[in-house]
Every structure is written in structure tokens, then in C-alpha cells.
Design a protein around this ligand. Structure first.
Ligand SMILES: [Zn+2]
Length: 114
């Protein structure tokens, strides 16, 4: 259960932040790479189950998927991969190296002061 582990980790981070600021979390923005196969519904469900009865109950999770990036071996151009065409937009070269997929990161937490 990939999503459950992620939900637990996010929950821990949000709770710590909320306690530190003495506020109630409302929304949290998470970003992850395109290849990081996260099912948002499963993640939301797992998170709600963990958050029930805590300060994080009823908060909203927003998942942003970061595009996949590559570096062109011809001209060193760093660009976003479009799966319809992997050509470098700068030199039209087709020789490229994929950059590592973005990890899952808790970008920001919106807190509501009580
Ligand atoms: Zn290029």
C-alpha cells in the first residue's frame, strides 16, 4: 500500500506544522513526478482514515503532477518531455537523457488561525 505510507508521512508533516503554528490545517499542496504513480483518490481516502478525529480532519489535499524533464545531448538544452514528440525544441535533436522523476514533496500547508 504505497498510498497509505505516503498518507502517513504527509499526515505527520502537516500535524507537526499545525502544532508548531498552533493552527488548523485547511489545505495541503503536494507535488510529485509524472512517473510517480499515485492514485489521488486512494491517497485522499487513506489520508482521511488517518486524519479522522485529529486536527487534520476534513482538510483538502491537492496533488500537482510535475512534468518529466530531459536534457538534450546535442545542445544541453533542458526541456519538458512531451510524449507526442520527444525532440529537443531547441535543435530538434532526438538524443536526450531523461532527468530523474521528481520525488513526492509536501509543498505547502495552508493553516487557519483559531
Ligand atoms: Zn537540443
Amino acid at each position: 500500500m504505497h498510498e497509505t505510507m505516503i498518507a502517513e508521512s504527509i499526515f505527520k508533516q502537516i500535524s507537526e506544522e499545525a502544532i508548531k503554528q498552533n493552527a488548523k490545517p485547511v489545505t495541503a499542496k503536494i507535488s510529485c513526478g509524472k512517473l510517480n504513480a499515485i492514485n489521488e483518490d486512494v491517497l485522499g481516502f487513506a489520508f482521511n482514515a488517518i486524519a479522522k478525529g485529529t486536527i487534520c480532519e476534513n482538510m483538502k489535499l491537492i496533488v500537482e503532477h510535475k512534468p518529466l524533464q530531459a536534457i538534450c545531448k546535442e545542445c544541453n538544452n533542458n526541456y519538458v518531455i512531451d510524449f507526442l514528440s520527444i525532440k529537443c525544441p531547441n535543435c530538434q535533436g532526438e538524443s536526450m537523457e531523461l532527468l530523474p522523476d521528481s520525488p513526492l514533496i509536501l509543498e505547502e500547508v495552508e493553516l487557519e488561525m483559531e
